[in-house]
Ligand binder design. Structure first.
Ligand SMILES: [Zn+2]
Length: 389
């Protein structure tokens, strides 16, 4: 009897295995069928333009499988690209709620949801999403970038400065540059309230985080000049030249004023000659030519300008050349003609933009520290080329 039992045991095991296999197969088949129904129903809704219902079905169809996360992200991105934010939001919110997802996918979902909130103008909700990701290895820097964008839009400079520690840790040059501008914004506010010590501290911080912040030196120079500390102001203007040669033409007038207060115009001209040789800037050329005229007469100045314009023609340089010709010519007919040319060129120049954003190409007659179009900091600089510097 016992021998018979032993004989039947493998048969029982084989039967159990067979039935079990069939049962798993059946479950899988049912799940597949269910998924397929939901998927095709979702697709039908999508094709018949009932997209909200389609999303519900498609989300439901995919929700149990971790390996369908990418499909969710792709679908949400598609909606976002089409400007259908509410739908993208729905999918990302659904992903954030999935507790079983791997950590990386969860962080990605939270990050994308933050972007959705930001695009929808829901700053506080976007901020909360990005704040949660500050310790994430993959999303920390990206989240700080978006947080800084939020604080820039809301002009919440102190809140942005609270991120200084994580920004320093990130070593991201762009973020440090943005942080320096937040300090400059606070410095401008402190300056309006005549809190000079605070202003200097804020600008020192700006330069600590971004040694290339020419805006911080520009503000410092203004303060030094207002306090008749011309030597310090001149040093700041020199630093601006080292930091940003393209922005420098805008400080030439201020720099000259400070050097003249120090009775050091020759030293200023030496610096300007160097600037002209290195950059060919039309503002530096005009300043230098004026000096030649004072020192050696208009004929020498005209000769220098002609050589310079042949080498690098600019309309501003040519306009100055016409003005010098008028000063050296006594013939009435010539003077009338030159005056007409001068007026034409001046009118032409007055309608031309002075500044151009190096990041997005936005043109403006006014200077902004933050580009009104792309909001990048310190990208508006004098236009280069024939019609500019
Ligand atoms: Zn721009």
């Amino acid at each position: 009897m016992l021998g018979l039992l032993f004989l039947l045991l493998p048969v029982a095991m084989a039967y159990g295995w067979f039935m079990g296999r069939n049962s798993v197969k059946q479950n899988r088949h049912n799940a597949k069928q269910d998924l397929s129904i939901k998927y095709s129903t979702g697709l039908n809704y999508l094709l018949s333009n009932q997209q909200d219902k389609a999303i519900e079905y498609l989300i439901d169809a995919f929700q149990v499988e971790d390996d369908t996360v990418e499909a969710h992200f792709a679908m949400a991105n598609l909606f976002r690209k089409r400007g259908e934010l509410d739908r993208a939001l729905k999918i990302h919110e659904h992903l954030v709620r999935q507790k079983h997802l791997p950590s990386k996918a969860k962080q990605q979902a939270a990050f994308e949801l933050g972007k959705d909130f930001l695009s929808a103008g829901l700053f506080d909700r976007a901020e909360s999403m990005f704040q949660k990701l500050l310790k994430s290895k993959d999303y920390s820097n990206k989240s700080i970038t978006y947080l800084m964008k939020i604080y820039q839009s809301t002009k919440d400079w102190p809140q942005g400065i609270l991120l200084a520690k994580v920004i320093v840790k990130s070593r991201d040059k762009n973020l440090l540059h943005n942080l320096a501008n937040f300090y400059c914004e606070l410095a401008v506010l402190a300056l309006e309230q005549d809190k000079f010590i605070e202003v200097i501290e804020l600008l020192d911080n700006a330069l600590k985080y971004d040694a290339d912040s020419c805006r911080a030196n520009w503000l410092l120079a203004k303060i030094y000049e207002n306090h008749q500390q011309y030597n310090e102001a001149c040093l700041c203007y020199q630093a601006i030249y080292q930091q940003d040669k393209e922005f420098f033409p805008d400080v030439i007038e201020h720099m000259e004023r400070c050097y003249s207060k120090l009775d050091a115009i020759d030293e200023f001209q030496k610096f300007i000659r160097k600037v002209y040789n290195e950059t060919g800037s039309s503002s530096a050329l005009i300043k230098h030519v004026d000096y030649i005229e004072q020192k050696h007469g208009v004929a020498k100045a005209i000769e220098f300008t002609l050589t310079a314009l042949k080498r690098r023609p600019t309309i501003r340089g040519f306009n100055h050349f016409i003005k010098m010709q008028m000063a050296s010519d006594s013939n009435q007919t010539n003077l009338t003609n030159l005056d007409m040319i001068n007026e034409l060129i001046s009118t032409y120049l007055s309608v031309k933009h002075r500044y151009n954003c190096r990041n997005c190409g936005f043109n403006s007659s006014t200077h902004y520290w933050s580009c009104p179009s792309c909001h990048d900091w310190e990208q508006m600089k004098p236009i280069r080329g024939l019609e500019g510097e």
